[in-house]
Design a protein. Sequence first.
Length: 81
Amino acid sequence: MALRIPRGDEEVYRKAEKLVSSLIEEFHLRYKQRAYEDILKLVAYQLAVKVSKNDLTEDTAPLADRIKQLEKELDAVLNQE
């Protein structure tokens, strides 16, 4: 299937294609008796889980950074005394 993609995103699309292909192969080998449609559903589900985990990590990253900053400030105040 041919897609038009921005030149700057080519690497991302190639990486995504490799990931999808490897997951299809992995699930096809693991579940040989399953229909190809079922394999594609498993791949979609696996990718959705990865995206969800990534979203959770990104959501907490700013909070973790702020906590580290506050910890440094507390250490500085406590060390002054």
